[in-house]
Design a protein around this ligand. Structure first.
Ligand code: ADP
Ligand code: FDM
Ligand code: MG
Length: 214
């Protein structure tokens, strides 16, 4: 039997460098002869993803709870494909996951437990690498775009909610499932930190996939 793929999630605030490092990780794994694919959340390609995309670009208005459930539904509709990839030995690298789902909606004022509940039972990542940058360092990077959540005050509240999400992951799934990575410094420096964390979880390929929040 082939080893299953790894399920690796990158999380962090806007401009922490997630998409840059996700793409680098994908390239490195392929270069080393592993099979890997990127799964962005939200996945804006599906019918549900298109509704989320219009909402994020402020072309549509949606109730806060309704859009929260759409973000979760968007994960559920990708869930079978993720599990199939893992079984086929393909490493899945997710650019955000259910943790952004909680952090952003709770930062808007929805109850934390309501935010976590629709994602109960999704595949549990082998590791979530949480990229941390100070507000000052993030401000030196390219300016925020024009999407709905790209505002300093909301991002500060999201940062606070991510701390609670980290506590929940560590308590329910163990301390090694949520790893903070210092995302300040050059892209190469951050990359070295990420790569050493990925190499540290090779042995998880022999373990079965667990379920989120169970
Ligand atoms: P995210 O996906 O977390 O929003 P990106 O990977 O899109 O972040 O990066 C945001 C911006 O910051 C991009 O312009 C990117 O080129 C730049 N960037 C990414 N990592 C670094 C870094 N370590 N140092 C400086 N700039 C960076
Ligand atoms: N976001 C993302 C949520 O509010 N909930 C979620 O479940 C997920 C996955 O969508 F503002 C937010 C976070 C961010 C936006 O932006 C997606 P990017 O640039 O595509 O990551
Ligand atoms: Mg990004």
């Amino acid at each position: 039997m082939v080893n299953r793929g790894l399920f690796i999630v990158l999380e962090g605030l806007d401009r922490s460098g997630k998409s840059t490092q996700v793409s680098r990780l994908h390239d490195q794994l392929e270069q080393d002869g592993h099979k890997a694919r990127i799964q962005k959340f939200p996945d804006r390609i599906t019918a549900i993803g298109k509704m989320i995309d219009s909402y994020l670009r402020s072309e549509a208005e949606l109730d806060d709870r309704a859009v929260h459930l759409l973000f979760s539904a968007n994960r559920w509709e990708c869930c079978q494909a993720i599990e199939q990839s893992l079984q086929d030995g393909v490493t899945v690298i997710a650019d955000r996951y259910a943790f952004s789902g909680i952090a952003f909606s709770a930062a808007k004022g929805l109850p934390f437990d309501f935010c976590a509940s629709p994602d109960i039972g999704l595949p549990l990542p082998d590791v979530t690498l949480y990229l941390t940058v100070s507000p000052a360092a993030a401000a030196k990077r390219a300016a925020y775009g024009t999407e709905r959540y790209e505002q300093v005050d909301l991002q500060n509240r999201v940062r606070e909610q991510f701390k609670l999400v980290a506590d929940k992951v560590r308590t329910m799934h163990g301390p090694d499932r949520w790893v903070e990575v210092d995302a300040e410094g050059s892209i190469d420096q951050v990359w070295e930190r990420i790569w050493s964390q990925v190499k540290a979880i090779e042995s998880k390929k022999g373990e079965q996939i667990h379920r989120l929040w169970t």
